[in-house]
Ligand binder design. Structure first.
Ligand SMILES: C[S@@+](CC[C@H](N)C(=O)[O-])C[C@H]1O[C@@H](n2cnc3c(N)ncnc32)[C@H](O)[C@@H]1O
Length: 247
């Protein structure tokens, strides 16, 4: 049987390099403007989504947390409300990590939150290390999604919890039409102006359109071996929070 291979969505379509390299290059390029663009273009809703995800984590009272694709560390910072002993953030963009490290020093939480270079597809940690593994708006950028999720499963302790926030696709009319128009036509223009990297805000809607969401993403998590997997759509389905456990 012939297999139909979908080409990975990459930020810079005219370059030969792979998705991982291009994603790191793109986030390095926008790192200085990332936080501003994120909060401005989402009208601050991204902060509410991270807060909601942390409320879900609360009942698990994790002491050691791994924030994969931490970027500038906003999700890691939000987990401080849980009084963790140690939060580790990994990312492949040194530019994003540099901004994040400055932020941790300014917020005087650099003794709890440690940011370091690390690839989700080859995490530099022992098996069964963390009580919780979290990712916000990161999994869509992985070059190999299943490999990244398997690594998160591996480094989680038994009964550890995984919480993932990722864009999904609204389905309710007329919100769906209105949102799709904004996301595909307006956001790339405004995002391009502010970030000075038009490709980053064309890549955003393109990568969301191609990424599995809802039940399809739950199925991927289950295939990896996660248990008790749930999906909670947020704000008309613009994003979703996925929760899954190891065992
Ligand atoms: C949209 S940003 C999200 C950052 C942060 N989690 C947040 O909520 O603002 C996506 C991040 O994923 C990182 N990333 C992409 N692929 C990665 C990989 N294979 N390993 C680690 N980080 C990765 C990018 O460098 C980028 O910083």
């Amino acid at each position: 049987m012939m297999s139909v291979e979908t080409k990975p969505v990459v930020p810079y379509k005219d370059q030969q390099s792979g998705k991982k390299e291009q994603v790191a290059q793109m986030f390095d390029a926008v790192s200085h403007r990332y936080d501003f663009c994120n909060h401005f273009l989402s009208l601050g809703i991204d902060k509410l989504w991270r807060k909601k995800a942390v409320r879900i984590l609360q009942k698990h009272a994790p002491k050691s947390i791994l924030d994969v694709a931490t970027g500038t560390g906003d999700f890691a910072i939000e987990t401080l409300r849980l009084n963790p002993e140690q939060v580790t953030g990994v990312d492949i963009s040194n530019g994003m990590l540099a901004i994040g490290k400055e932020k941790m020093i300014k917020k005087k939480c650099d003794h709890i939150i440690k940011l370091q270079y690390g690839d989700s597809e080859n995490l530099p940690f022992e098996d069964n290390t963390f009580d919780a593994c979290i990712v916000s708006f990161g999994v869509r950028n992985f070059e190999n999604l299943e490999q990244g999720l398997s690594e998160m499963h591996r480094v989680l302790k038994n009964k550890g919890v995984c919480v993932i926030i990722e864009f999904s696709q609204p389905s309710k009319v007329p919100f769906k039409q209105f949102y799709n128009f904004y996301f595909k036509n307006i956001l790339p223009i405004i995002g391009g102006w502010f970030s000075k990297d038009k490709a980053a805000y064309t890549y955003l809607p393109d990568s969301v359109a191609q990424f599995p969401y809802g039940e399809a993403f739950v199925n991927v998590l289950n295939k990896i071996g996660f248990k008790n997997t749930t999906c909670k759509p947020l704000t008309f389905g613009i994003s979703s929070i996925y929760v899954a456990s190891k065992e």
